[in-house]
Design a protein around this ligand. Structure first.
Ligand SMILES: Nc1ncnc2c1ncn2[C@@H]1O[C@H](COP(=O)(O)OP(=O)(O)OP(=O)(O)O)[C@@H](O)[C@H]1O
Ligand SMILES: [Mg+2]
Length: 317
């Protein structure tokens, strides 16, 4: 990796009076345009890491650079380059949706404050309208926050965090508390902004399916990274692929599998794991007429659960 947009080396965070570090010697890097996820249970250290990377929390030790800038020595430059959606909603309920964006843009020093949207520079107005259209909240843009649903408020936070065209967008459990439909539509818009602006996205989540489409997933557990790779690699390393088969003449099929020396388990259906051989090679050996034939593609959830099971077995041993 030549020029990572996020570079973290030996990061440690120890909260005052805590016996254990919340982030315990963590190192990783993220390339420009990458879609990167921290996947971990409650208390794993996800928010602590994001808070340090976005300069809202001080680190105990280690080195962190965002877009080449040191988070402590060049904090202001880092802030200009990051957008963040906090785990807790952070909109001002006294203001309209657009006013929330306007205050944010003025705080970032992008524009001088004007008391009405129409008095703001055209560049601001165009950008707000463009982003509102992408996330589909044009109709509520000038309404008070309390008139917006939870999903719309999250979308508004996305617009707000993108207004200064950040290099990296940090999303701390962005879909927490949203229903399935709102989650899906929020993701469509995050993906749309990723492709349109080439923004690097750093996501934390404990919804495993949300990490299925990322480039890199890091499993974080009690402040330590236990694996960091693509979801495909994680599945390949942890899980065997399986063929699910059955036949009207089940006894004949089971006898044949034994005679061929193929490993199998009977779990409702007959499950034949495969690693080196392709499914076609296995099927071509079987002569018994099959009535069921399915290839089980492991999900990231399967891999994650397998990973946690192995971890806890190791801890007990
Ligand atoms: N301000 C604080 N003071 C002391 N300890 C803290 C503080 N904030 C977090 N912690 C502790 O640090 C650890 C990591 O917390 P963190 O909030 O980073 O986890 P998380 O992965 O974001 O969890 P969640 O999924 O619940 O949001 C936890 O043990 C938590 O109790
Ligand atoms: Mg958190």
């Amino acid at each position: 990796m030549n020029n990572p947009v996020i570079s973290v080396q030996n990061l440690v965070k120890r909260y005052k009076n805590a016996d254990k570090a919340a982030v315990d010697d963590v190192s990783f890097s993220v390339e420009k345009g990458e879609f990167f996820a921290f996947l971990g249970a409650n208390g794993a250290g996800k928010t602590t890491t994001i808070s340090i990377l976005t300069t809202t929390l001080s680190k105990t030790s280690g080195e962190v650079k965002i877009a080449g800038f040191d988070i402590e020595k060049e904090a202001r430059k880092v802030r200009e380059r990051v957008g963040i959606i906090f785990q807790q909603p952070s909109l001002d309920p006294q203001l309209s949706a657009e006013q929330n964006i306007r205050f944010h843009a003025c705080l970032y020093g992008m524009y001088g404050y004007r008391p009405a949207f129409k008095l703001m520079p055209a560049a601001y107005r165009n950008r707000v309208m463009e982003l509102a259209e992408i996330v589909g909240i044009q109709d509520v843009l000038f309404k008070p926050i309390k008139k917006l649903s939870g999903g719309m408020q999250r979308k508004l936070e996305i617009i707000r965090s993108l207004i200064h065209t950040p290099d990296v967008l940090f999303l701390d459990e962005p879909t927490q508390g949203l229903d399935a439909v709102s989650r899906r539509s929020l993701w469509e818009y995050i993906n749309e902004t990723r492709t349109r602006y080439g923004t690097t996205v750093f996501l934390t989540t404990h919804y495993i399916d949300e990490a299925e489409n990322v480039d890199t997933v890091c499993l974080i557990n009690k402040g330590k990274i236990s694996a960091c790779c693509s979801p495909e690699e994680l599945k390949r390393d942890l899980l065997r692929h399986e063929l699910i088969i059955d036949a009207d003449d089940r006894t004949a099929l089971l006898n044949e599998l034994s005679a061929l020396g193929l490993p199998f388990t009977v779990n409702g259906r007959i499950v034949v794991p495969y690693e080196e051989e392709s499914p076609q090679e296995i099927i071509s050996k079987i002569r018994t007429k099959l009535t069921v034939l399915k290839i089980h593609e492991p999900s990231l959830e399967d891999a994650y659960i397998e990973f946690l099971t192995k971890q806890s077995k190791r801890a007990v041993a």
